[in-house]
Design a protein. Sequence first.
Length: 243
Amino acid sequence: MPSSGEIDVSVAATIFADRSRARVIRALMDGRALPASRLAQEAGVSPATVSAHLARLLDAAFVSVERSGRHRYYSLANAHVAEAFEALGVLSEPGPVRSLREGTRAERLRTARSCYDHLAGRLGVSVTATLLDRGVLTRTDDAAGLCRRHEDDYSAPVRSHPYALGPCARNGLAEWGVDVEAVTAARRTTLKFCLDWTEQRHHLAGGLGSAVLAAFRDNGWVSDGPRPRGLVVTDAGRLALDA
């Protein structure tokens, strides 16, 4: 699979179906580059098993590897892998919650998390709705709301979407510190959307989604949670989003 191409959903579903291999991907979903030893710990498998999983993921071009001295560090190959994994998350039955701590952690991820380099969870869906309300985004079809459309596969990445930049995109995004001209001029696709696997509603991805998350971090509106991928909305962020 070319590193810049779209993910074949059937291939992704097969690869992610293995729970320990899925845990390897999940550990890399916040953009980190990790050694095999750390990934073995995250996946709860032996070094030999994680090496086999990494070989499979490298062969599929789902991860990339960089050498630093004697060490190798693995990371997701591109945003397409993260988007496919996020969307296909609905195929996996959530593990049983065995403690209050696990339940709290799961709820935090549902509330606000990063999906590679953009916002996901209830926060990601809420931000997308806010952009529509403010005319930063506009719908190009007659559907109302942000729910999954009947022609979208339940758990597939959204290959087409009914959204475009709206008449208030430039000024509305500037209020958040996002330069829409710079985003649209970049080589990356400006508008992409994921079907959020916990909310089953669209959240913004692509170049604009990445720029929005970067702006939220720069503005101090979100901070990293206690676990990878988890985000916490700050008091300043709540004020900004409610304004």
